[in-house]
Design a protein around this ligand. Structure first.
Ligand SMILES: Nc1nc2c(ncn2[C@@H]2O[C@H](COP(=O)(O)OP(=O)(O)OP(=O)(O)O)[C@@H](O)[C@H]2O)c(=O)[nH]1
Ligand SMILES: [Zn+2]
Length: 201
């Protein structure tokens, strides 16, 4: 058994513990009735540990690590990046949920903007954690508000949750939509403009 770890105030250990993850996967395989020492499974615990390190890499990143490049371009109209692919993990069942995120903002009056790819990186920072879709959505919106200080933000996330498709209620195809709207994007006209851009196919 690996020694218990000391959790910090956020409920996190200091860094991803690959050995501990590997041991846990081995235990899980035994618990489900498998033989972790049979040939096909021998490397699986180490492989799964490496995969989890990647899937949960966002736990070791902060939004300011990726929203690094900002420009003062004087552009003060809406910027919207839509259909950003989302792969995340439901914190209730540890199975994936996937779909797309649409992220838009109205820059500050000085026109402080960021690189378009940074919006997609920001989505990944929060998606690569054990999540619920509502929190993923609000975290993206709130971190953008804090770092870019824009006049408004809109984030819409549409995902299918494997915990609803492959088990439990078994409703493949059901999509969950969540939104977070901040600042001037709460104004009906501006919000409608953003939504019509998001919904246009
Ligand atoms: N609000 C919200 N619920 C989620 C999300 N992902 C999964 N869930 C739900 O979390 C709930 C957990 O319910 P529980 O009753 O504790 O667990 P369960 O017995 O496995 O539930 P079932 O999935 O209904 O079989 C389920 O209703 C899931 O659909 C999410 O991102 N947001
Ligand atoms: Zn789930």
């Amino acid at each position: 058994m690996t020694d218990p770890v000391t959790l910090d105030g956020e409920g996190q250990i200091g860094e991803f513990d690959e050995k501990r993850a590997e041991n846990a996967v081995r235990e899980l395989l035994i618990a489900v009735g498998e033989d972790p020492d049979r040939e096909g499974l021998r490397e699986t615990p180490a492989r799964v540990a490496r995969a989890y390190k990647e899937i949960f890499a966002g736990l070791w990143q902060e939004p300011q690590d990726v929203l690094t490049t900002t420009f003062d371009l004087g552009h003060d109209e809406m910027v919207l990046v839509k259909d950003i692919e989302v792969f995340s993990t439901c914190e209730h069942h540890l199975v994936p949920f996937r779909g797309v995120a649409h992220v838009g903002y109205i820059p500050s009056t000085s026109g402080k903007i960021t690189g378009l790819s940074k919006l997609a990186r920001l989505v990944d920072v929060y998606a690569r954690r054990p999540q619920v879709q509502e929190r993923l959505t609000t975290q993206i919106a709130d971190s953008l508000m804090e770092i870019l200080e824009p006049r408004g933000v809109i984030v819409v996330v549409e995902c299918e949750h494997m915990c609803m498709s492959m088990r439990g209620i078994r409703k493949p195809g059901a999509k969950t939509l969540t939104s977070a709207v901040r600042g001037q994007l709460r104004d009906v006209a501006t919000r409608n403009e953003a939504m019509s851009l998001i919904m246009a196919r």
